[in-house]
Design a protein around this ligand. Structure first.
Ligand code: ATP
Ligand code: MG
Length: 341
């Protein structure tokens, strides 16, 4: 989606990875295999990752050449959840009470300190993978000895997130925050705008401390009108896809403008706007046509194989109020997931 948005500005995109058939690889000007990372970096002016778990050699080589945005400091925190949690609490950002466990047995011991907890593997988790929701006294089987973060379960009123952008000279811009509805640890739908609940202030502290450049997505739990940070994503984020329809500038163009030092403007709200993810479904012609026939919807089909729970596309929906938007989102949800009605 970054490539699609950047084409408007006639920017050339090279992609590096392990799969020349991946969605971004197929629409890039040129694809490089990870092993050719030096040639890739040498041939680019600016390097920006769209996923944290990329080959380290690319990031280090790009940073040495002064081409990497955001910096490895911000990206490294995401390789191990416990480092992210410790960093956030060290800089004074409220997070759920947590313990860091160095093996499975101590993770279970720490979790007994909470009535209800979530045990998360420190490495490799996303879309709810590697997470174990546990009540005191339960004894779930954990996937072996490794680092874990044991978090207090937060009985939040709802989840929300914000897309923040920071420029090389330290100016900060926000897209409208959104209400997020997650199911089984994965975003199902969201919609904007949403009240602030202190999100902008916390986001500013985080991007400043990290000397961050580019767009960052930050997820929050909202309880009794207050926000606590769940996690951040050092890149464009699924919860910011609503900006493709609802904002005067999308998170993708915002990110491109930041890392390329192009003029920035404050994002304006064009419409009440949300998305619903298409998870693990085949987007066949019949489904596509039914979605496209609803006024105010746009379909993004990533062209991915529909593995269980995999994000294979999303639908943007707009309306003139959040109530109308939610109604339309649920209508699209019934089309995508008819068995869940
Ligand atoms: P992502 O794909 O967003 O990176 P992830 O797998 O890294 O997800 P989290 O965002 O940490 O995991 O958790 C996924 C979801 O699980 C959260 O959005 C929330 O719904 C639930 N969750 C996680 N931690 C807690 C908690 N401490 N209390 C209550 N719910 C939680
Ligand atoms: Mg998350």
């Amino acid at each position: 989606m970054m490539i699609l948005e950047g084409r408007k500005l006639n920017i050339e995109f090279n992609v590096i990875g392990s799969d020349p058939q991946a969605p971004a690889s197929r629409i890039a000007d040129k694809f490089y295999h990870n092993k050719d990372y030096k040639e890739f970096v040498d041939n680019c002016d600016i390097i920006t990752p769209e996923f944290e778990h990329v080959d380290r050699r690319i990031l280090e080589y790009a940073e040495k050449q002064g081409k990497l945005y955001p910096n490895t400091k911000s990206l490294d925190l995401k390789l191990e959840r416990h480092r992210e949690k410790i960093y956030l609490s060290d800089i004074g950002i409220p997070v759920a009470d947590f313990y860091v466990a160095e093996d499975a047995a101590s993770a279970l011991t720490f979790s007994e300190k909470f009535e209800e907890s979530i045990i998360k593997t420190s490495k490799g988790g996303y879309d709810g993978k590697g997470q174990f929701h546990k009540k005191k006294g339960d004894n779930p089987e954990l996937p072996g000895d490794q680092f874990y973060v044991v978090e207090k379960f937060i009985p939040f009123d709802f989840e929300a997130s914000i897309i923040v952008a920071r420029t090389k000279d330290g100016r900060i811009f926000f897209n409208q925050p959104s209400y997020n509805y997650n199911q089984d640890g994965i975003l199902l739908y969201n919609y904007a705008p949403c009240d602030d609940y202190g999100m902008r202030e916390k986001a500013s502290v985080l991007v400043e401390k990290l000397d961050y450049v580019g767009v960052m997505g930050i997820e929050f739990f909202i309880k009794d009108g207050k926000s606590i940070v769940n996690e951040f994503a050092p890149r464009v984020h699924n919860s910011g896809h609503h900006t493709l329809s609802g904002s005067t500038i999308s998170q993708f163009e915002q990110h491109i403008r930041c890392v390329l030092d192009l003029p920035m403007h404050v994002p304006g709200l064009l419409a009440h706007s949300g998305i619903i993810n298409i998870l693990g479904r085949e987007i066949n012609d019949s489904l596509a046509v039914r979605i496209l026939s609803i006024p105010g919807t746009l379909l993004y089909n990533y062209g991915k194989k529909p593995l269980p729970r995999r994000k294979v596309g999303h639908v943007n929906v707009t309306a003139s109020s959040n109530e109308e938007l939610l109604r339309r989102l649920l209508e699209v949800k019934r089309i995508i997931y008819p068995e869940e009605v």
